[in-house]
Write a protein that binds this ligand. Structure first.
Ligand code: HEC
Length: 174
């Protein structure tokens, strides 16, 4: 290692200490998003992770032409399939009601309903989960709670998207 790279590394370490990373240790080897602030990293993850597609009304249908003031407020349009009907929660309310550690724990362990990409968020580095929490927490607490999920076999009273798989010529597969 050259003297120069040692200087660069110690500067990086000092910068990390300065921006007060969360108390829980994150391995230096774990790849995670770096940005000027954790909130900026979280915003980047929301943008690139597709979270708005489901958690922001009309986002997917309009090709993302929804202002940030509306992001992550959840939807009362259900996703209906073999699992029943699930609703993308208002994530502003989710983070308002839980600690950062509980949020990280949920994203790390919950095996929830489709089409929420639970396996994808589980695979995120801990620092990224913390950045997501901090970004969502930075948004004003607005919007209604999403409806409760319904068990299989019930027809929703809300609008919903039918995600049952159809095979031409065969009964619905669920
Ligand atoms: C394809 C649609 C879809 C996408 C994309 C999506 N979600 Fe979800 N999300 C859902 C649905 C539906 C639920 C409810 C699932 C359930 O009930 O288990 C949910 C639930 C959640 C919850 C649990 C909230 C609570 O209060 O229980 C969190 C947290 C969450 N999503 C975060 C994210 C993040 C972060 C992203 C982007 C990386 C994302 N979601 C992308 C559909 C989606």
């Amino acid at each position: 290692m050259t003297a120069r790279s040692i200087i660069v590394l110690s500067m990086a370490a000092a910068a990390l200490t300065a921006c007060q990373r969360p108390a829980a240790p994150v391995s230096a080897e774990t790849p995670h998003v770096l940005a000027a602030t954790d909130v900026a990293a979280g915003r980047y993850l929301v943008m690139t992770g597709g979270c708005n597609d489901c958690h922001t009304p009309n986002y997917a249908r309009t090709g993302g032409k929804v202002p940030e003031t509306e992001w992550l407020k959840g939807q009362a349009v259900g996703y209906h399939g073999a699992w029943g009907t699930s609703y993308p929660n208002n994530l502003r309310r989710t983070v308002a009601g839980m600690t950062e550690d509980a949020f990280v724990e949920m994203l790390s362990t919950r095996e929830g309903l489709p089409p929420m990409p639970w396996p994808s968020v589980r695979a995120m580095a801990e620092a990224d989960k913390r950045a997501l929490y901090r970004y969502i927490k930075s948004l004003p607490l607005e919007g209604d709670p999403a409806p409760m999920a319904l068990p299989p076999g019930q027809t929703p009273a809300t609008p919903y998207e039918d995600m049952t798989m159809r095979v031409p010529g065969a009964p619905a597969q669920g």
